[in-house]
Design a protein around this ligand. Structure first.
Ligand code: PGA
Length: 255
């Protein structure tokens, strides 16, 4: 196994602190000692502290869904890397398509966040992916290349080892329309090649590339069997303990 599989739950704007804590407690009880799959939960900011406490002592890691690149200052409503680190978050999702679409996150701003996260020793889960119109016009690989190159500008080889990339075709997110294994594998292989060009083949081969977009227990095994799909970034399928656990089991079985 060159790359340990990683299953990350992106709970988006769902669950109060109490609900999130209950969910993570169930998850920890079922797979909290898992060592063959890395598990990350990304609750909303308001639940980070309680979820962090609930997963303490388990192998489940804590992640945030976004952050601001500045260290501190007059940015009402924003949260810094240091604040996330102080709650023991070790991952942060950056450049999710919902942030790009609804909150105006550009490649340049995502890049600032990636650099700030790495500087603070938070591992970015950098999301890239094309819209349906972009896929239909044949520009998928070009879009993904631009998002990756711009998002990773200025990242050093040493820092690159801490990256996780998530390929999330926008048309597959929350739609129940999952990419075919061929579609996903094609883009994942392309991303790996690009990472190899940017940081050297050794790092390219080491980095995990997650698939995201309507991944659920029923389709996970097939996707995770592809050579360049190293896990999943999961929204809807991670909102309930049973399906989250089944996804972890699917990742474990695919090793
Ligand atoms: P989904 O979301 O699993 O609900 O499609 C994935 C994501 O947006 O990260």
């Amino acid at each position: 196994m060159i790359r340990k599989k990683l299953i990350a739950g992106n709970w988006k704007m769902n669950k109060t602190s109490g609900e999130a804590t209950n969910l993570v407690s169930d998850l920890v009880a079922a797979v909290g000692r898992s060592s063959d799959v890395d598990i990350v939960v990304c609750p909303s900011f308001t639940s980070l502290e309680s979820v962090g406490k609930a997963l303490d002592g388990s192998s489940v890691k804590l992640g945030a869904q976004n952050m601001h690149p500045a260290r501190s200052g007059a940015y009402t409503g924003e949260v810094s890397a240091e604040m996330l680190r102080s709650l023991f978050a070790s991952f942060v999702i950056l450049g999710h398509s919902e942030r790009r679409t609804y909150f105006g996150d550009t490649d340049a701003f995502v890049n600032e966040k990636v650099l700030a996260a790495l500087k603070s020793e938070l591992k970015p889960i950098l999301c890239v992916g094309e819209t349906l119109a972009e896929r239909e016009s044949g520009s998928t690989l070009k879009v993904v290349q631009t998002q990756l190159e711009a998002g990773l500008e200025g990242v050093t080889k040493e820092q690159a080892a801490n990256l996780v990339i998530a390929y999330e075709p926008v048309w597959a997110i929350g739609t129940g329309k999952v990419a075919t294994t061929d579609q996903a594998q094609e883009v994942h292989a392309f991303i790996r090649e690009l990472l190899g060009k940017l940081f050297g083949a050794a790092i390219g081969n080491k980095l995990r590339i997650l698939y995201g977009g309507s991944m659920e227990p029923a389709n996970a095994a097939e996707l995770l069997a592809e050579p360049d799909i190293d896990g999943g970034l999961i929204g809807g399928g991670a909102l309930e303990a049973r399906s989250f656990v089944d996804l972890v089991k699917a990742a474990s079985a695919s090793n």
